[in-house]
Design a binder for this molecule. Structure first.
Ligand SMILES: [Ca+2]
Ligand SMILES: [Ca+2]
Length: 410
């Protein structure tokens, strides 16, 4: 028998069995332990040096100043860089959100508390720091803002660092560290993200006003205000939609509802919702992330992490009390902060039959899988995306799975 007959025969044989992609479970989450009692917040993978940076908060001044953890993404070893007080009256700097600029330097928003540890929670001062990855030095950037409350979100978009305080959006030149502009946008935002499919759209959510806004970075005005969200927090963008994590629960907590990710159509600004499989015991979705394979990830404050892939709607349970920020690291993994357990969680995304990540399962995906046929991770023809069932081999099973989902469109 020649090879192609064997191939077709095997295809027919395997088709008799129900085969599907391999779904990750809660047991597949790996954990990296951080110093006990620390509270990991913002997290960002840096492709310039293969390090992952984590804002390490201590929650209370009794444990000292906050730190920036620099984790080697391969070896998992880390070094801590302590933040210093930069203001006479406000001490105990605690880091919150993290972003990486065009040079690979790390920007972290910081809040400090007034001298004594037990001050009113609103009596704090925010600033932003730049951590230089070569010199390992931390530079404090003073923000001349009319309000003391402050710099909560940070994102890198269109060659600028953007940060937001109570009502002000600030644009910073990341090379000279100078402030290029500051606008009163009327809403306070915890999360903002630039739309990389557009040249001038920065989206941010406001949990206090239940709106999501689009700030036009050319005209420097809020161009769209979309209403009707249930405590919107994290935002993510792809070519068609803006995804918004809806936190849902107000005090007193009412457990057991499904989380929702609201979805804004970018052309007509209508909103619909994707429902997660989660049980919310504390609070609902916190952050969202669209990875480079097309998966939509979310975390919530009930220590769940979940993912919508082309064919799956998964919820996994992590250790700790809350899952917060996420970042995509190489090899289709997501790292996320586990608050209440001082760990970083790591989960590898579900494979999809959309092997080339173009949003549909077509003949191209079958061709790509066939070209990697017979390969293993050491092989020259190895393509990990084509190993759809994650058994470290591109076999007839992978081809059958892709064929099974032929025609599926995201
Ligand atoms: Ca495809
Ligand atoms: Ca396989």
């Amino acid at each position: 028998m020649n090879k192609s007959i064997i191939f077709l025969f095997s295809l027919l044989l395997v088709s008799q069995f129900i085969v599907s992609v391999q779904s990750p479970t809660s047991d597949d989450i790996k954990y990296l332990e951080l110093p006990s009692n620390s509270i990991p917040m913002g997290i960002a993978y840096n492709p310039k040096n293969n390090m992952t940076y984590v804002a390490l908060n201590w929650g209370s001044a009794v444990y000292g100043n906050g730190e920036i953890a620099e984790i080697n993404t391969t070896s998992r070893t880390y070094i801590l860089y302590e933040l210093e007080s930069w203001h006479l009256d406000y001490k105990y700097p605690m880091p919150f959100a993290v972003a990486i600029d065009g040079d690979g330097n790390v920007w972290v928003t910081i809040r400090s508390f007034k001298n004594t540890p037990n001050q009113h929670p609103l009596d704090m001062l925010w600033c932003i720091v730049k951590f230089n990855i070569e010199s390992k030095t931390i530079e404090y950037i003073p923000l001349s803002l009319p309000s003391l409350r402050g710099s909560e979100t940070v994102t890198f978009y269109n060659d600028y660092i953007w940060t937001m305080n109570k009502e002000y959006l600030t644009k910073i030149d990341y090379i000279t560290n100078t402030i290029e502009g500051c606008w009163n946008v009327s809403f306070s935002g915890y999360f903002a993200i630039g739309d990389n499919y557009s040249n001038d759209s920065l989206w941010f959510s406001s949990i206090t006003n239940n709106v999501v806004c689009m700030f036009n970075t050319t005209t420097n005005t809020v161009e769209e205000i979309i209403n009707g969200f249930d405590r919107p927090l994290g935002v993510a963008v792809d070519k068609d939609y803006v995804y918004v994590a809806e936190n849902h629960i107000k005090e007193p907590y009412e457990p057991i509802v499904n989380g929702t990710i609201a979805r804004i159509d970018k052309t007509i600004y209508t909103v619909d919702r994707i429902v997660t499989n989660s049980i919310i015991t504390n609070e609902g979705p916190y952050s969202v992330l669209k990875d480079s394979y097309g998966n939509l990830w979310w975390t919530d404050n009930s220590n769940n992490i979940g993912v919508f892939s082309l064919i799956e709607n998964l919820t996994l349970n992590a250790i700790g009390s809350y899952c917060y920020f996420m970042t995509e690291v190489p090899n289709s993994s997501i790292w996320f902060s586990c608050v209440g357990s001082a760990h970083i969680g790591e989960i590898t995304g579900p494979k999809t039959p959309d092997v080339n990540s173009d949003g549909k399962v077509s003949i191209a995906d079958i061709v790509i899988t066939i070209s990697a046929f017979g390969s293993e991770p050491e092989s020259e023809t190895w393509n990990s995306s084509a190993d759809v069932n994650s058994d470290n081999r591109v076999s007839i099973t992978d081809i059958v799975i892709v064929i099974n989902y032929f025609g599926l469109v995201l």
